[in-house]
Design a protein around this ligand. Structure first.
Ligand code: ZN
Length: 467
């Protein structure tokens, strides 16, 4: 009897605590924000939808209408006065953790705490420059994302690739000339120990590196399938991985419902990647008709750093500091001269990509100038689409199982999408300076904000409002 009474009391307590929970959940009014009188660039169409209203509820876009929208009595009302409301920007290929003057500097002079603190500063700067989502193309795991999502520091949503995967002597090899081989001697580099890079010379090693990355929270895999410019040992012409090796990385990514992004310069490397099932070609400078056709067949994307075609490319610290890298940059630029012509002709699914290695000021200059160059090279509309809806599709290649932001779409102003929005002075389709484009690169003065970016909202939360 006593026992039964005790059980009943416990049951009653549990039941009442559940009902208390459910009452408070249903009573909780979700915060609304109403943007009135805005022109919408929706991330997809080459036009503005004038005189529109957009209601945000919680972290999602609840409704969009040319007619008045009724909001809750306590909703925050923002009168846009005809300004443009657009999707938050998405970096398609960045490296928040790569905070040094070059790869050797990161390997030799930066310990984990400096890299962590600096990457947090970079994340904040990216968000306050309008980048509400960031696809990280190698060099860090999930620690920064977890800290941002938990509200510890401010920054964009992050899709991170974990450690770069590449063979000995590749674009992912940060060792000094005298460092022993990792496979035979264990991780000998700071980059290896800190999860920045993972040296993999066999199919087994590639799979192990990919699995390690996923274990530590990567949302996609990054492989270095060809050589690069800023690294020490690899000619950019190097085709570092065979098709079978690339397929091994794809096999592991597939098992997690995710995909592989691959650093690929040469045509041979691009074709190999596509045949192996790689979904995004990074840089892809030798893009041409044949690659365009295969990309379409495979449903693949390309993301490219437009600064590669700048006459000032050689002034990037990671290149200017090394005579070998400077020479590589010169020969690479000469070989890649048809890229822009081909991209404008075949209009592939192209993602915007800054790819900065360096500190806050350096990367703000490079991002602003990249937007300018992209507008000059491929036009404002294609640029804006690449920074919003196309990069929004690219980050979703991660698949719903691993997607930290599985709830809604990114990179569009649409009903049900995440409320990641910018309100800017002027029309970005006519003038990219309203989102920060700057004709100057290294000689641009340091800035603390983009003044024409009046409201920055991520996940329904306002991070800047100067109205
Ligand atoms: Zn990169």
């Amino acid at each position: 009897m006593k026992k039964l009474f005790k059980r009943c009391v416990i049951a009653a307590v549990i039941a009442s605590s559940f009902s208390a929970l459910s009452v408070s959940a249903s009573d909780k009014v979700t915060q609304q924000v109403l943007f009135k009188n805005v022109s919408i660039f929706n991330g997809i169409d080459n036009k503005l939808y004038k005189n529109s209203n957009v209601l945000i509820e919680g972290n999602l876009i609840k409704s969009i209408s040319a007619k008045d929208i009724k909001a809750n009595a306590d909703a925050l009302i923002i009168d846009g006065e005809g300004r443009t409301l657009m999707p938050g920007l998405i970096e398609g290929h960045g490296h928040l953790q790569m905070n040094g003057t070059g790869l050797a500097d990161i390997e030799n002079n930066r310990n984990w705490e400096e890299l962590a603190v600096r990457s947090a500063a970079r994340a904040k700067s990216a968000l306050m420059s309008g980048f509400t989502t960031w696809r990280d193309a190698g060099g860090m795991g999930a620690g920064l994302r977890k800290s941002i999502d938990a509200g510890v520091v401010d920054g964009p949503r992050i899709y991170s690739a974990g450690a770069f995967i590449g063979p000995t002597g590749s674009h992912a090899d940060f060792r000094n000339f005298t460092t022993p081989n990792e496979t035979f001697n264990g991780p000998q580099t700071a980059s290896g120990r800190l999860g920045v890079s993972c040296t993999a010379d066999s199919i087994g090693d590639i799979k192990a590196c990919a699995r390690q990355n996923f274990m530590q929270g990567a949302t996609q895999i990054k492989v270095m399938s060809s050589g690069g410019v800023a690294s020490a040992f690899d000619p950019w012409q190097l085709d570092a991985y065979s098709q079978a090796e690339l397929a091994a990385a794809v096999e592991v990514a597939d098992a997690y419902g995710s995909y592989v992004m691959s650093h690929a310069y040469s045509k041979k490397s691009m074709i190999r990647n596509l045949e192996a099932g790689v979904k995004t070609l990074e840089h892809g400078f030798m893009f041409d008709a044949e690659v365009a056709k295969l990309m379409e067949e495979k449903g693949a994307y390309i993301t490219t750093n437009m600064t590669a075609f700048s006459p000032y490319l050689g002034e990037i610290e990671a290149i200017s500091g090394s005579p070998a890298a400077s020479r590589k940059a010169e020969t690479a630029q000469a070989t890649f001269k048809d890229y822009l012509k081909n991209v404008n002709k075949y209009q592939p699914k192209l993602g915007f990509h800054v790819d900065c290695v360096g500190g806050v000021a350096t990367c703000e200059q490079q991002a602003d100038h990249s937007i300018y160059l992209s507008g000059e090279f491929i036009g404002n509309y294609y640029t804006l689409k690449s920074m919003t809806s196309t990069n929004g599709e690219i980050v979703k290649l991660t698949g719903s199982v691993l997607d930290p932001y599985f709830q809604a779409k990114l990179g569009v102003v649409a009903k049900g999408a995440y409320a990641d929005l910018l309100l800017v002075d002027g029309n970005p389709l006519e003038d990219l300076t309203v989102i920060g484009a700057n004709k100057k690169w290294f000689d641009a003065p340091a800035r603390d904000e983009i003044k024409t970016m009046r409201v920055i909202m991520k996940d329904g939360k306002i991070y800047k409002n100067t109205l």
